[in-house]
Write a protein that binds this ligand. Structure first.
Ligand code: PEP
Ligand code: MN
Length: 339
């Protein structure tokens, strides 16, 4: 159920409602809006008649059921897109298109620093780089782990770019959160519910990637795991799904962007690097994603893709990335967005 507060309701009104929700055995989640707050009361739907009694409380406008199975993620609960602040100057979910760029894996100090400087100069606002790598094969490079996190922190110090890096299990989640500004949950872990709950308890924005065989509803149910633990800062990332097509690594489902836009208030970005698996296709699909309404992009960039330890074939050289950003500005402008 959603308890919609009146526009002028104060702190005391809100606290009383929160108290009553808990008394009734529900978990309250406050969602701040621009004109009014709404409170999601999550729990057994069978008790919804009892929750209706909250309509008589001071400060409450009305009580409405949330019809969708994903509750806190739904647009029903919050009309405006959630704005997630990544640094003093960077926020995702607003007018600006946010580009997260960098190598698939952190490989060395020289590589990550060179990459960070190059993507910043081209206009990226966030640096990506994997330190814990969830590889399909146990024999592939598994990442530099904590050493890689330290190098990412060094790159942030040098450039001021916030960092997004992947967390692959609950045991190392806090360690990753110490170093990074955004916690990435990869496609392979997108239904690892223990991990989703864990990052839901941490105070860091989460970039949740769509699983390769996940419906949009399942994607939102995974986001719901994070939100229901108290972390309201979730960014969704369409990164391609598995289909019968073999000409590309995955099929980037661009239609998921407007579909998600209608279903959820969470910001949505696209990853055309993993979505296509081939650097030739990255720029056109990046433009298309912005045209489709994405709030941002994740792009793999490597100074020397031929020698990359992972995902070289889909990584752009810095010069190609810079050229892509120049054209992307025109698409952003046409979509009435800034870059
Ligand atoms: C990555 O971002 O490097 C990655 C492993 O992506 P995905 O989880 O989408 O495959
Ligand atoms: Mn990768």
């Amino acid at each position: 159920m959603i308890i919609v507060m009146k526009a002028g309701a104060g702190q005391q009104d809100r606290d009383e409602v929160l108290e009553r929700i808990k008394e009734l055995g529900y978990q309250p989640h406050v969602i701040h809006g621009t004109t009014r707050d709404v409170i999601g009361a999550i729990g057994d739907e069978r008790g919804k008649l009892v929750l209706h009694s909250l309509e008589s409380m001071h400060g409450v406008e009305n009580v409405v059921p949330i019809l969708k199975p994903y509750k806190l993620a739904s647009r029903e609960v919050k009309r405006e897109t959630t704005l997630i602040r990544l640094s003093d100057t960077v926020a995702i979910g607003g007018d600006e298109i946010i580009v997260m760029a960098g190598p698939c894996s952190v490989e060395s100090e020289a590589q990550i620093l060179e990459c960070a400087v190059a993507v910043k100069a081209a206009g990226a606002q966030v640096l990506r780089g994997g330190a814990f790598k969830p590889r399909t094969s146990p024999y592939s490079f598994q990442g530099m782990e904590e050493e890689g996190l330290k190098l990412l922190a060094k790159a942030r110090e040098l450039t001021g770019l916030p960092i997004v890096t992947e967390v692959i299990n609950p045991e190392t989640a806090e360690l990753v959160a110490e170093y990074s500004d955004i916690l990435q949950i990869g496609a392979r872990n997108s239904q690892n519910f223990a991990l989703l709950k864990k990052v839901g308890q941490l105070k860091r924005p989460v970039l949740l990637k769509r699983g390769m065989a996940m419906t949009i509803q399942e994607f939102l149910m995974s986001a719901e795991y994070i939100l229901s633990e108290g972390n309201q800062q979730v960014i969704l990332c369409e990164r391609g799904i598995r289909t019968f097509e073999t000409a590309t690594r995955n099929t980037l489902d661009l239609s998921a962007i407007p579909v998600l836009r209608g279903m959820t208030h969470l910001p949505v970005i696209a990853d055309p690097s993993h979505g296509t698996g081939n650097y030739h296709y990255v720029a056109p699909m990046a433009y298309a994603a912005v045209a489709a309404g994405a709030d941002g992009l994740m792009i793999e960039v490597h100074p020397d893709p031929e020698r990359a330890t992972s995902d070289g074939p889909q990584s752009l050289k810095p010069s190609k990335f810079t050229a892509m950003m120049t054209t992307l500005r025109k698409f952003a402008e046409a979509a009435d967005r800034k870059l």
